[in-house]
Design a binder for this molecule. Structure first.
Ligand SMILES: [Zn+2]
Length: 205
């Protein structure tokens, strides 16, 4: 079992390598590693990330086979199946770090903003299950001065949505709450920047 702080350090170091174009060690994705893992896994971190093609968790964190248990869904939202997947990995593999990984210019956030700015009778059913879960993070921002600046609004909404997913994982599951209290499970938010390749971890709050 790898403690949360050490797991976090590995992700930070791996992302630093990725962002500075240092290639992944071939050994971590080679056939001997594959065979070694065929009998079992012990992922050191769980990542709940967005499905965006530009943000594959293993690559942006510079990790190989067997390192990360990854759940991807548009907008890195938390619905019951995401909670169950995180519970499954934390309980079964004793993984102590959960990262909610959002990213700049997230399409799910953009779609939600577009949807909320439309007239109520013009709102579509498109992406409904995603938009409905992102909406509570975005809606309060629309009534503030930041709404006049589209880019700033998107940036703020991305972060609010990540924080919301973190909070739902921390407080939406008895099993995860127990692991946080008794086993040092850490649930943190992070934002990937599409331009720089850098992942910024949020302070714990
Ligand atoms: Zn996205």
């Amino acid at each position: 079992m790898i403690r949360a702080e050490r797991a976090l350090r590995r992700l930070i170091d791996g992302n630093r390598r990725f962002a500075s174009d240092v290639r992944l060690r071939r050994a971590s994705i080679g056939s001997s590693r594959r065979l070694e893992l065929a009998g079992g896994q012990e992922p050191f971190a769980i990542v709940l990330g967005c499905s965006d093609s530009r943000v594959p968790a293993e690559i942006v964190f510079g990790q190989g086979l067997g390192d990360l248990f990854v759940i991807r869904v548009a907008g890195n939202i938390v619905a019951p199946s995401q909670v169950d997947s995180v519970e499954f990995a934390a309980g079964r593999y004793d993984t102590r770090l959960v990262v909610v990984l959002g990213h700049s210019s997230c399409g799910a956030i953009l779609a939600t903003i577009e949807e909320l700015k439309r007239a109520p009778d013009d709102q579509s059913r498109k992406l409904r299950s995603i938009v409905d879960r992102v909406r509570p993070s975005v809606e309060p921002l629309l009534g503030t001065p930041i709404a006049a600046d589209h880019d700033a609004l998107v940036r703020r909404a991305v972060r609010a949505n990540i924080r919301s997913s973190v909070s739902q994982l921390r407080h939406g599951s008895q099993l995860l709450e127990d692991m946080i209290r008794r086993k040092g499970l850490l649930v943190v938010g992070a934002e990937y920047n599409l331009d720089s390749g850098v992942v910024e971890f949020f302070d714990e709050d």
